[in-house]
Design a protein around this ligand. Structure first.
Ligand code: SAM
Length: 257
């Protein structure tokens, strides 16, 4: 697609990868195999789509921009590329089948809601590789009692093994974003390794604990976790949520009220 004709849409987070070195590193990290069932979110002008299709027999893509949807349809043969014209936040990834691999240089403005949406499909996914804002990747992979640790870290680490792979500088994109980027790998935990029993209760406890970060668990979880439960589990209610491991959050959520 000619650069003169196409105007980047800032509101869609359009920063296209152009550095062949980083593109090569991302594809090497993904390690596509010819028969993989794979979907790319936000293919844009195909920077990642093209090298992926050199390895894969077929690829699904989910793109929201009408101009790009039309261009992708004209550029790639339909038997190699299936274009789903859709908002990835609402797209039913389950409709593509399993086991599914998910990749993408994601639009940074919707990355957290998109990660939560994708977490719903963890049961049928082999792995996910994403380029995201570096700060978001640092939060996803953060350990307890560090400044980056929060709701995103706990909710994702309870369902996935989250691995930060490498940073990518703004100069690798056109136009360059204002922030640094990073590539992350997420591998779903097996069903028997998911630490909580009740997803809703776990999400509520984690949400409340990080809703007011500076407050103690005794305050933030009032009415949700009784003091006797803290005592039975040996978790000090004077601690703050940001000091609790994923396993400790799960213990609180799993303990009968
Ligand atoms: N993959 C391309 C690359 O690396 O050069 C483009 C990446 S660009 C950061 C993000 C892409 O996601 C754009 O093509 C944009 O149009 C698309 N996009 C933005 N919001 C979207 C949404 N809600 N659903 C699907 N695609 C979206």
């Amino acid at each position: 697609m000619s650069e003169e004709r196409y105007r980047h849409k800032k509101q869609l987070g359009q920063h296209f990868l152009q550095d062949p070195n980083y593109l090569g590193r991302i594809v090497a990290a993904i390690r596509p195999e010819p028969d993989d069932l794979m979907v790319e979110i936000g293919p844009g002008q195909g920077a990642l789509t093209k090298p992926l299709l050199e390895k894969l027999k077929h690829l699904h893509v989910v793109e929201i921009d009408r101009d790009l949807i039309a261009w992708l349809g004209q550029t790639f043969p339909p038997e190699r590329l299936t274009v789903h014209p859709a908002d990835a936040l609402k797209f039913d990834f389950g409709s593509l089948g399993a086991p599914l691999r998910v990749v993408g240089n994601l639009p940074y403005n919707i990355s957290s809601p998109l990660l939560f949406h994708l977490a719903d499909y963890a049961g049928q996914v082999t792995d996910m590789h994403f380029m995201l804002q570096k700060e978001v990747v640092d939060r996803m992979a953060a350990a307890p009692a560090t400044p980056d640790y929060g709701r995103l870290s706990v909710m994702l680490q309870a369902r996935f093994r989250v691995m930060k792979l490498f940073n990518v500088p703004p100069g690798a994109f056109n136009p360059p974003p204002k922030v640094d980027s990073a590539v992350v790998r997420m591998v779903p935990l097996s069903a028997d390794a998911i630490p909580y029993h009740d997803p809703q209760r776990f999400a509520e406890i984690v949400g409340r604990a990080f809703g007011q970060r500076r407050k103690t668990l005794r305050n933030t979880l009032k009415g949700l976790v009784e003091l006797e439960v803290f005592e039975a589990l040996g978790i000090d209610p004077q601690r703050r949520g940001e000091t609790l491991s994923v396993a400790e959050f799960s213990q609180l959520a799993n303990h009968p009220a």
